[in-house]
Ligand binder design. Structure first.
Ligand code: PGA
Length: 251
C-alpha cells in the first residue's frame, strides 16, 4: 500500500508571520492519525526559518523549484542542494506555473529531477493539460508525453512523486470530476508500471487543482489517487488539516 502524501504548495505567498500557520498545522496534526505524510512547500525565503521553528517530524518541508546545477552563476535560482541544506526533503518540479511563466519544457524538468536525486531529496513532478488541450481531446497524449520526457532515466519508480494537475483546475475553483481524475490517474499508473515495472505500482500519484475540504474525500477515495498537491487551501491551517483528516479517515 502506498503511504499517502498531503502536500501544500504555498506558491508566492507567505512572510515570516506565516510561521503561525505552520504552528497551527503542527498542533492540529498531533491529534490526527499518523497514516499519511504531510508536507508544506513554502517560498524559498521561509524554508530555513520554518525548518528551525518546526517542532515535529510529522510535518515535512520542501522547495517549489530547483535549478539543474548545484551552484554557479544563475542569479535568482535555487539549487536542489540549497533546498536540502535549508531543511527541505522534497522539491516540486515542473509546476504548470513554471512551465508557463518560465518556459520550462519537460526536458528542463528532467534535469531538475536529476538535480533533486543528486541532492538526496524527493522530486514531485507536476504534469497536466490546459483547457484547450482537454477540449481538443489531447489530455492523455499531453500527460503521457510530459510523464515520459520529464522523468529522467535515473529514476527508479519509488524515488519520486507524480502530481496530476489539470491546468484549468488550478486556482480556478473548477475541480476535475472524480471520473476525469480516475481516468487520468489510472492512465498514469499504467504508464508508470509500463516503464518501471513493479516499482511503478508504488509511485505516489497526487491530484492537484482546487482540492478543498469539501471535495477532498471523493478524490482521495479513488484507488490511484495517493494524496493531494494543494495550493490555496494549504494557506489556511484548518482547511489543510481537514483535507489531511479526510485522507487518513479513509485508511
Ligand atoms: P490550487 O493549486 O489548489 O490553488 O488549485 C494547486 C497547485 O497549483 O499546486
Amino acid at each position: 500500500m502506498i503511504r499517502p502524501l498531503i502536500a501544500g504548495n504555498w506558491k508566492m505567498n507567505g512572510l515570516l508571520a506565516s510561521l503561525d500557520i505552520m504552528r497551527e498545522m503542527e498542533s492540529g496534526l498531533s491529534s490526527l492519525q499518523d497514516k499519511a505524510d504531510c508536507l508544506i512547500c513554502p517560498p524559498a525565503t521561509l524554508l530555513a526559518s520554518m525548518a528551525a521553528e518546526k517542532s515535529t517530524s510529522r510535518l515535512k518541508l520542501g522547495g517549489q523549484d530547483c535549478h539543474s546545477e548545484s551552484s554557479g552563476a544563475h542569479t535568482g535560482d535555487t539549487a536542489a542542494e540549497m533546498v536540502a541544506d535549508a531543511g527541505g526533503s522534497y522539491v516540486i518540479v515542473g509546476h504548470s506555473e513554471r512551465r508557463a511563466d518560465h518556459g520550462e519544457s519537460s526536458e528542463i524538468v528532467a534535469t531538475k529531477m536529476k538535480a533533486a536525486f543528486r541532492a538526496g531529496i524527493t522530486p514531485i513532478i507536476c504534469i497536466g493539460e490546459t483547457l484547450d488541450e482537454r477540449e481538443g481531446g489531447k489530455t492523455l497524449d499531453v500527460v503521457s508525453d510530459q510523464l515520459a520526457v520529464s522523468i529522467p532515466d535515473e529514476a527508479s519508480g519509488t524515488d519520486f512523486v507524480v502530481a496530476y494537475e489539470p491546468v484549468w483546475a488550478i486556482g480556478t475553483g473548477k475541480v476535475a470530476t472524480v471520473e476525469q481524475v480516475a481516468e487520468i490517474h489510472d492512465a498514469i499508473r499504467a504508464a508508470l508500471e509500463n516503464r518501471f515495472g513493479a516499482q511503478g505500482a508504488g509511485t505516489p500519484i497526487l491530484y492537484g487543482g482546487s482540492m478543498k475540504p469539501e471535495n477532498a474525500a471523493g478524490l482521495l477515495a479513488l484507488s490511484n489517487v495517493n494524496g493531494g498537491l494543494i495550493g490555496g487551501a494549504s494557506l489556511k491551517a484548518a482547511d489543510f488539516l481537514a483535507i489531511y483528516a479526510a485522507c487518513v479517515s479513509q485508511l
